[in-house]
Ligand binder design. Sequence first.
Ligand code: F6P
Length: 342
Amino acid sequence: MKIGVLSGGGDAPGINAVIRAVVRKGIRNYGYEMIGIKDGWWGLVEGSFMSLDLEAISGLLPRGGSILGTSRTNPFKREGGPQKVLDNVKKNGIDAVVVIGGDDTLGVAHKMGELGLPCVGVPKTIDNDLGLTDYTFGFQTAVHIACEAIDRLHTTAEAHHRVMILEVMGRYTGWIALEAGIAGGADVVLIPEKPFDINEVCQYIEQRLERGKAFSLVVVAEGAKPKGAKNIVYGTGSDEFGNPRLGGVGYYVGKEIERCTGIETRVVVLGHLQRGGSPTAFDRVLATRYGIAAIDSVHKGQFGQMVALKGNKIVSVSLKDVIGKRKAVNLELYEIAKVFSG
Ligand code: F6P
């Protein structure tokens, strides 16, 4: 059998660890021929491939990014896109595809599955917002980086008696902001699931000042918004899946806090530093487990499925049940954060 592998959407630390596991077990245990599909679904629309033998996966475990490249190409938004995918699959003798992606990329896998392309999904996104899995790989690394940033901002905030704002990723959900905020002891955590009142934020920071705390640390997810307002976007465009390019809410929050409290405020946008570089040990192990489970699913003929983490077990869930059902933050965690923040 010949098995293709692709990674689509925003990259996440651990993609290469998944590829390594899929290819190694595919070749060594099942005797499959493996082929890399370049730049997500774009590679199948355009017919762009690379060799994925044992040599190609050597040294991949700690490497960030994706050796296959990635893109936000949506074949269903391109003229004849789905048919081009099917034609290229046939022309290259591909029997099945392991698709590493988030909601958008896996949504295409589900639709292509209905058109006859056998796919197995692997849950990837630093946002951790895919349903039916406890964790997506890449998330824990992003939290670790954001937590380190909070620790560093804390010391300079305290020394200068300032408010520091850290804007983190999280388009539709506040997983990174919430977990990094708890881990880093943030004073305010703002997430997309809970629109905020800027006056309440300012009041909380003033109360801290009255208690002798002349500095504060605010973590805000890029998708957080004031009550009754729209998301703050960086530009007007959107990608082929209709996702807006967010960014700027940190500056809004920073300006408002400085205006109403009079405390000097600085803003840091963590951005793609959360996505680049080496995965944590947790994500390397999770990505490896996902990769092994994905190629096992291919071997068992379990298509239209996504591998997932439930408790400490790797399970297989239906792609149909995952797509379009965003996993909001755990409200228990939110309540924990509220004990320590305003
Ligand atoms: O992959 C999800 C994500 O990291 C979001 O948190 C963020 O809004 C988006 O990707 C940024 O994408 P891009 O790399 O295209 O700017």
